[in-house]
Write a protein that binds this ligand. Structure first.
Ligand SMILES: NC(=O)c1ccc[n+]([C@@H]2O[C@H](COP(=O)([O-])OP(=O)(O)OC[C@H]3O[C@@H](n4cnc5c(N)ncnc54)[C@H](OP(=O)(O)O)[C@@H]3O)[C@@H](O)[C@H]2O)c1
Length: 264
């Protein structure tokens, strides 16, 4: 999506993929600067290491606990997080809703993406925030961080069992899957399917090329509205572009580029 965007904007640059070993993010950033890179997207597992490798950390990236966007300006490294704001834009685009008006349940709230979505939802002033994670202690840590930030007093940890999830889903508008489950059609069910209702908005951060994730298939059968991870991929990319070039991203060009890339 970035190469068509660069071309459409007449920017003489290319977006390429570089593999960096764990523990060498700061060194990689220095080499990128020497090579004339303007910016970088950072993905699993480097988003946390990148926090400590930047010179200037955007306050939102600090709160979300991860850097996925680096801008290199005059040899200095500026770190941002576009996943959180990209999530807000994706909810708006997919459902015409603002997260601040919703009761949000995050599955996988203890992982990197889940934590970012949970903290971003709380910072946006969502009505209620229910955190679920296989290792419950991690969700409790995230809830503690949100309480320290002083936003969304209605933040609670929900145990991952069918009975607790059924009760929680009765008080939820937006369900977010931020676990790594869903890439394969036979991945374990995340929720009891009978707890999904037509009024639910279901956001799967996972994208499955050539098919629906199991969660979205269940949600569709229940009559719920759904969106998959491709919309988030687009919007976080658009926000990264805005950080790098200080101009609006050509979102429709990027959307077309992304769609043609995933069809291949
Ligand atoms: N669409 C996008 O643009 C976008 C952006 C970011 C991330 N993502 C997607 O979001 C997902 C999570 O990414 P991440 O960076 O947060 O990974 P991560 O930090 O490794 O977190 C993985 C999460 O999944 C949970 N999990 C893993 N296996 C599980 C299982 N068998 N049962 C229940 N829970 C399980 C983990 O729970 P424990 O804590 O108990 O291990 C943890 O909460 C990935 O699929 C990634 O592709 C998409």
């Amino acid at each position: 999506m970035h190469n068509p965007a660069l071309q459409a904007c007449g920017i003489d640059a290319q977006y390429i993929r570089v593999q960096v070993p764990v523990g060498r993010v700061a060194e990689a950033f220095r080499q990128f600067a020497q090579c004339g890179f303007l910016g970088v997207n950072i993905t699993i597992p480097h988003k946390f290491e990148a926090l400590d490798a930047v010179d200037v950390l955007d306050p939102l990236a600090r709160q979300l606990g991860a850097v996925n966007t680096l801008a290199i300006r005059d040899g200095r490294f500026y770190g941002y997080n576009s996943d959180g704001p990209g999530f807000l834009r994706s909810v708006k685009e997919a459902f015409g809703a603002d997260v601040k008006d919703l009761r949000v349940l995050v599955l996988g709230a203890g992982g990197g993406a889940g934590r970012a979505v949970a903290v971003q939802s709380a910072l946006s002033g969502c009505q209620k925030l229910l955190l679920v994670n296989r290792s419950q202690a991690k969700a409790e840590m995230v809830a503690g961080e949100i309480h320290t930030l002083g936003c969304c007093p209605e933040t609670k940890v929900v145990p991952w069992d069918d009975e607790a999830l059924r009760a929680a889903l009765a008080n939820t508008d937006l369900i977010v899957n931020a676990t790594s489950l869903g890439m394969k059609s036979d991945d374990a069910k995340l929720l009891p399917a009978d707890a999904l209702q037509a009024r639910h908005l279901v956001f799967d951060m996972v994208y499955r090329a050539g098919g629906e994730t199991p969660l979205l298939a269940d949600a569709r059968l229940a009559g719920a509205r759904t969106v998959d991870g491709l919309t988030l991929l687009l919007h976080q990319g658009g926000i990264s572009f805005e950080h790098w070039f200080d101009r609006p991203a050509p979102l429709e060009v990027m959307r077309a580029g992304l769609q043609s890339a995933v069809m291949q």
